[in-house]
Unconditional design. Structure first.
Length: 488
């Protein structure tokens, strides 16, 4: 090869290297525009998630145990940087023990500078792009065709690893869409050494110009460590400070003490109508010759038995004929063995009947419950959009909710004469002196839409999840959490 040819090749390589260094800014800028993050200083997003307990598997070759995180909300302030995530946890109990409900909370402040905390901010697609723009990122292309990606790499100025090396983030940006597909970083671990933390993002949706992934999947050391189905996101949320501020520790929680009998109580809402308290709330309604229960078997078999006993105490000498199951989630159905053993007909949405027909008839030899010991077979009746129970004097209407992301086949009970609605999971009353949930963040707006669509005339709301303090909710209470929406 001649000297002129060698010189030309060298110039081409130098030009390519220089173009690649410059191109990182273009790649990041184009992705930031596509993602809608140019003017974003903070975000919040919410949905249903799960954590996995790192290293706590029963077999080293198996995935780590999963912990569901319901009502998961994360807020991030990139300027501080700071973040807070909250969720409700639910643990399936061993046979004979009550269900375990808890609160998940993760607070990350500038003072908590360890990379194990800070990476939660910068591995998000928005945080990755903002960090890349500020920290001398490099870029290269990989793959071909539809699989072609820009690989962008950058290191934060701080913190440094214990060995003094900078941490590194590597992001994969889709060439066609300019959206962030995946972000990787490494974290020290006493067993796994330089542990790869890899987070993928897919199914992007738009929220007023902000692109957010519908699904997040994270692995650590190759195993699932965090999953999330994102239901919505907000750029620069107006209630950022409230989202980032931890509440004072609660004085106590609902439910019985661990390993003990569930607490139980009741209050009379109207003639023949009782709200059963002490854990997940149920509603007992007296008819001429029987009792109807809304939410007959939440949390655990012990809780289901306690609800049944209290219903019989306040409405004596009548059998419980029907139990309305609000929806299929385990924390609302883990106690269904109790009503089945009592001979109570379960009424649920048609979308859930086949599921419970199968599983409530499954063998129960390893941990015999009330179904196994009673010898009773479950009796299940399905509801479509509506079913009416009446004895000519008392009426209970059961309606299916529409457009509720939380669960298909979500049922509510409406007592038109008494002006009472019993429901589950669509809305939890905020604690006193706390801001209301952001409009659109949870399903309380859709709940109001449904009730107005159905023409409910009510003043009292009975939530399966008791508000703080434990009490029924008035219609005025409910609409006060939806600013600007008049009480119909």
């Amino acid at each position: 090869m001649g000297s002129r040819t060698i010189g030309a090749v060298a110039l081409m390589l130098l030009a390519a290297t220089t173009a690649g260094a410059q191109d990182a800014k273009t790649v990041i800028s184009n992705s930031a525009k596509a993602m809608g993050v140019d003017s974003v200083t903070s975000v919040s997003y919410f949905g249903v998630a799960a954590n996995y307990n790192l290293g706590q598997n029963s077999n080293a070759s198996n995935p780590w145990p999963r912990q569901n995180l319901n009502d998961y909300v994360r807020a991030i302030d990139f300027a501080q940087p700071a973040s807070r995530a909250t969720a409700v946890t639910y643990a399936m109990p061993p046979q004979g023990n009550p269900a375990s409900m808890g609160q998940f909370q993760q607070n990350i402040t500038p003072a908590q500078a360890a990379w194990g905390q800070q990476l939660e901010i910068w591995i998000t697609p928005w945080g990755f792009l903002k960090g890349a723009a500020a920290n001398s990122a490099t870029s290269r292309a990989t793959g071909s065709g539809a699989n072609r990606q820009y690989v962008v790499t950058w290191s934060p100025a701080a913190p440094k690893s214990p060995g003094g090396q900078p941490y590194k983030l590597v992001g994969y940006i889709n060439v066609q869409s300019n959206l962030v597909d995946k972000v990787e970083t490494w974290l020290e671990h006493p067993i796994y050494g330089d542990m790869l933390v890899s987070t993928s993002y897919s199914g992007y949706r738009d929220s007023n110009g902000l692109k957010f992934p519908a699904e997040i999947r994270q692995t650590r050391a190759g195993w699932p460590s965090f999953d999330m189905f994102v239901q919505g996101a907000t750029a620069n949320p107006a209630n950022l400070q409230a989202l980032l501020t931890p509440p004072a520790p609660p004085a106590g929680g609902a439910g019985g003490p661990p390993g003990g009998a569930p607490q139980v109580g009741s209050e009379k809402l109207a003639d023949g109508v009782y709200r059963i308290t002490g854990g997940y709330v149920a509603l007992a309604v007296e008819f001429a010759d029987h009792i109807l229960l809304f939410e007959p078997g939440p949390q655990s078999e012990a809780r289901g038995k306690a609800i049944i006993a209290e219903a019989k105490r306040v409405i004596p000498n009548k059998p419980i004929r029907y139990g309305i199951v609000s929806h299929h989630h385990a924390d609302h159905t883990s106690g269904l063995a109790a009503p089945v053993a009592e001979g109570i007909t379960l009424v649920m949405h048609e979308a859930n009947k086949a599921y419970f027909d199968k599983w409530l008839n499954a063998p129960r030899t390893l941990a015999p419950d009330a179904i196994a010991t009673s010898g009773k077979k479950p009796v299940i009746e399905a509801v479509g959009d509506k079913r009416v129970f009446t004895d000519g004097n008392r009426t209970v209407e059961v309606h299916a909710m529409k457009g509720i992301a939380h669960a298909d086949g979500l049922l509510v009970a409406y007592l038109p004469k008494e002006g009472i609605v019993a429901y589950a999971d669509m809305f939890n009353m905020p604690a006193p002196n706390t801001p209301p949930p952001a409009v659109g963040m949870f399903t309380h707006v859709a709940m109001a839409d449904n009730f107005e669509r159905l023409g409910f005339k009510y003043n009292t709301l009975v939530s399966v999840h008791a508000p703080a303090p434990d009490r029924p909710i008035t219609k005025a209470d409910f609409y006060a959490t939806i600013p600007g929406r008049p009480v119909p």
